[in-house]
Design a protein around this ligand. Structure first.
Ligand code: PAN
Ligand code: ZN
Length: 199
């Protein structure tokens, strides 16, 4: 007698590299030229290949963007590199729906999660395979690759979070993660120099 059917899941992740296999997956590609204005040293950027990959993201969006109560899932592959001593990093954003929180976790290689609250206090959490990060609402988040290989991290956030990139494009974070004597150091922005070229 057949009591119930066991269906295959509609989505799978590879437990090695966290790549997602799903019908609803959306791929995003960011080259250096797409994100160059987030870096301090534009003259160093001018000497680099603008088409080199900075990061790719796979988004699994099982519900429509903006749905209350739903969840989204993402895997980011952030390439290693530096622009004038500043590590390759994601654009970074606040959530438009400010109360919405997020989980990040490290999958491969070494990273730094740069967090900034609404009062522009900035701090950093180390990322490594197995590190787990709770990003509260109203906290901007960006990740820098401080290792030698491709940094992979996972993310899960509410489907009605939205992404506010404009505030970061306009005002940046209040500190930058730079390599100094071979080590990552968080350097506060000079308050006079907080304006960024718009993206
Ligand atoms: C992540 C990010 C992803 C890329 O899924 O969207 O890592 O970073 P940027 O969006 O800052 O370019 C997330 O935080 N979602 O909310
Ligand atoms: Zn987010």
């Amino acid at each position: 007698m057949k009591l119930f059917e066991i269906n295959p899941p509609i989505t799978e992740i590879d437990l090695g590299d966290y790549s997602i296999r799903s019908k609803e997956v959306v791929e995003q590609f960011r080259s250096l030229k797409d994100i160059h204005s987030i870096f301090k040293n534009q003259s160093s950027y001018e000497k680099m290949d603008p088409n080199q990959v900075a990061y790719t993201v796979q988004y699994w969006l099982p519900v429509k963007e903006g749905t209350e109560g739903g969840l989204f899932w993402g895997t980011t592959n952030l390439h290693p590199g530096k622009v004038g001593g500043e590590y390759f990093m994601t654009k970074g954003h606040f959530h438009s729906n400010a109360s919405r929180a997020e989980f990040y976790w490290g999958v491969q290689s070494k990273g730094a999660l740069i967090l900034m609250d609404e009062n522009r206090n900035t701090w950093v959490e180390e990322m490594y395979p197995g590190s787990l990060h709770y990003i509260p609402g109203s906290v901007a988040h960006r990740v820098a690759n401080i290792g030698d290989g491709i940094l992979i991290f996972g993310a899960c956030w509410p489907s009605d979070s939205g992404h506010d990139y404009a505030s970061i494009a306009e005002n940046g974070f209040s500190a930058r993660l730079m390599e100094v004597d071979g080590k990552p150091v968080l350097i506060k922005e000079d308050e006079q120099e907080t304006s960024f070229p718009s993206m």
